[in-house]
Design a protein around this ligand. Structure first.
Ligand SMILES: Nc1ncnc2c1ncn2[C@@H]1O[C@H](COP(=O)(O)OP(=O)(O)OP(=O)(O)O)[C@@H](O)[C@H]1O
Ligand SMILES: [Mg+2]
Length: 600
């Protein structure tokens, strides 16, 4: 896939700018017009002082203007004509400035919209391993704050930058035309001012990066805390969590205070520098005026141009510092945009038996699954049992194609998983996660979440198989009941059954139930299994559980131990073997029902 190559930061900016670039350019064009028009005003002042009030002959455009408006004498008596011309120019400049600002805002919103869409769609597709290295709060912060920083830079800095550079160039050109010596004195200060600001901004850039990172940590704390609010309360960890947050918050605040102190130092010292520059020009200019080498009108215009010039020069520093900030943000978004993506490809129906040969897999260095050989004929049922941490969920994730094995291969219908598109694989294997995700939508919408075409009757049918219909009928609004965030208003068993119903509705040829009945009582567990057996048709069902009863009816049962298959066979065969399985069975059969969960 082309996008897997990743972006350079500039390339990413270009990608985000698609669709808004032309509008930004138009905005810049209006901006340039404003610059030209504004630069004319000091010329009019100079002309008025020297050639209308004074006696110097007018030149060029101004000579033509004098002739058209009835000669110098007439203009002297009707100064409002000059004022009106200046006002007309100012008016046109104002209209252009308005157009530029409107276009800039519009383009900015367009760009933000595109950034949000790009990021959201990429986040849906980054490989799952990406989430191992990034916390949710941090990802959210990147998508909000960092995107905003980039927008602020492009629409608030990059576009004005064109005007700043234009203003600086035009002002300098006029100044050199009026008095090269004085202009050289004025210009001599500029590299100092720019160099000074660049020096400060380099330093500020590093501090901004640190601030951004620490803000990410802070919002990750807050986010994790909100998500795990019940656990925090249940374990009485409020004080610990509050202290942890306050420590980070105080560290983060300290960083900003230091950064702001640093910036204030910069702005005030550079203000002193520019005041020094102005004073030098005023002194030198006065001397030139007294000597008669500079006219009064030109001197006034010169000072106007210098004022026009100095603000953008100082502004360059701010732009450069924001450039550093934007570069950091762009890099942080690039980490998401270049994280690679899962290529879903086209969905084609698969068929055939699943086989695993020498499958090894680890999340890090250590293998969690260590040499799994297994055949799962299409249409059969498989039970997987094993102690906690033995690799059951990992095996399920591999069977569902969420991860590819580090070694060995998993095939369906004789072809390796890697040869199929993800869309085909995910359409073939459905996985009911151990901790299924519930959206804060209605019960009905949650069940139909993975099957867009399903109607209310379908929803009710699968809900009956999952023994959820009874509970939902008891809700005030039935299937239209909105469940709280992550399903907090449902019981654990109801959540599990909802996830089962959702998977059944998808009706994939293979469905894996990862400990999906752990939170329902044994009687309901049996009811659901019975209904599933009845409705299974030709589908393959894989049950993962700690409970023998859940897996005992399967065509084949495997016992996982430390990432390896310790035993496999039917319930009867395994009992006869007298190994691990029969020991688990003996313990669970001998214990009262409530204690089953602990008997691994
Ligand atoms: N996303 C992950 N990143 C790193 N390690 C993981 C990850 N998921 C699981 N593990 C590790 O892999 C091992 C096997 O985990 P797995 O979830 O497959 O066990 P399990 O048999 O499903 O356990 P349980 O019965 O408790 O659900 C564990 O040691 C676990 O710490
Ligand atoms: Mg598990």
């Amino acid at each position: 896939m082309e996008r897997n190559k990743g972006f350079t930061n500039a390339g990413l900016l270009g990608y985000f700018l698609k669709g808004s670039l032309a509008i930004f350019v138009l905005s810049v064009a209006f901006n340039i017009a404003v610059t030209f028009l504004t630069a004319l005003i000091p010329q009019i002042i100079s002309f008025t002082v020297d050639s209308v009030i004074g006696d110097s002959p007018a030149e060029g455009v101004f000579l033509r203007f004098t002739e058209l408006s009835g000669g110098r004498e007439y203009l002297r008596g009707h100064l409002y004509i000059v004022a009106a011309a200046a006002a007309a120019i100012a008016l046109v400049a104002a209209v252009c400035r308005y157009a530029s600002a409107q276009l800039n805002n519009y383009a900015g919103e367009k760009m933000m919209q595109r950034m949000r869409n790009c990021l959201f769609s990429r986040i849906q597709r980054v490989p799952l391993s990406f989430y191992g290295g990034h916390r949710t709060g941090d990802i959210i912060q990147r998508c909000t704050n960092d995107a905003q920083t980039i927008l602020t830079f492009v629409s608030g800095q990059l576009v004005p930058l064109v005007r700043l550079v234009g203003t600086i160039a035009l002002s300098l050109a006029f100044m050199f035309m009026m008095d090269p010596v004085l202009a050289a004195i004025a210009a001599a200060f500029l590299p100092v001012v720019v160099g000074y600001s660049v020096f400060f901004d380099r330093k500020a850039g590093k501090s901004f990066k640190k601030c951004d990172e620490e803000e990410g940590v802070l919002s990750a704390y807050a986010q994790e805390n909100l998500t795990g609010v019940r656990i925090v309360r249940a374990f009485g960890r409020e004080k610990y969590e509050r202290d942890k947050f306050e420590r980070q918050n105080s560290y983060y605040t300290g960083l900003w205070v230091r950064l702001e102190r640093f910036l204030a130092l910069y702005w005030n010292s550079s203000a002193f520098l520019t005041a020094l520059q102005l004073m030098t020009i005023v002194v030198a200019g006065t001397v030139f005026c007294v000597r008669g080498t500079l006219s009064a009108g030109d001197f006034i215009a010169f000072i106007s141009y210098n004022t026009m010039l100095i603000a953008p020069v100082r502004g360059l520093g701010r732009i450069i510092s924001n450039l550093a900030k934007a570069r950091v943000s762009l890099g942080r978004l690039n980490a998401i945009m270049s994280a690679g993506e899962e290529d879903y490809g086209e969905m084609k129906p698969l068929s055939g038996d699943i086989s695993l040969r020498g499958v090894k897999f680890g999340y890090g260095e250590k293998y969690v699954l260590d040499g799994i050989d297994l055949d799962i004929p299409q249409g059969s049922t498989l039970g997987i049992i094993g102690a906690t941490g033995s690799g059951k969920s990992t095996l399920a994730a591999l069977l569902a194609g969420l991860y590819l094995p580090s070694e060995g291969e998993i095939c369906v219908g004789g072809k390796r998983y890697g040869e199929y598109s993800l869309a085909s694989l995910r359409g073939h294997v459905g996985l009911v996660l151990q901790e299924g995700y519930i959206y804060s939508r209605t019960v009905g919408e949650n069940i139909a979440a993975a099957s867009p075409g399903a109607d209310a009757e379908d929803v009710r049918r699968v809900s009956r198989i999952a023994c959820l219909d009874g509970s939902v009928s008891g809700f005030e609004k039935g299937y239209d009941t909105v469940v709280g965030e992550r399903g907090v208003t449902l019981s654990g068993g109801q959540r599990q059954r909802l996830c089962i119903a959702r998977a059944l509705l998808r009706n994939t040829p293979v469905t894996i139930f990862d400990d999906s009945l752990s939170a329902v009582d044994s009687a309901t567990d049996a009811d659901i299994r019975e209904a599933l057996a009845r409705e299974r048709g030709g589908s393959t069902f894989i049950f993962i559980s700690h409970r023998i009863t859940t897996v005992m009816d399967a065509d084949k049962i495997i016992v996982l131990d430390g990432g390896k298959i310790a035993e496999s066979g039917t319930h009867a065969e395994l009992l006869e073997r007298g190994g691990l399985y029969s020991r688990i069975y003996a313990v669970q059969a001998g214990l009262p029902e409530e204690a089953e969960g602990g008997a691994e």
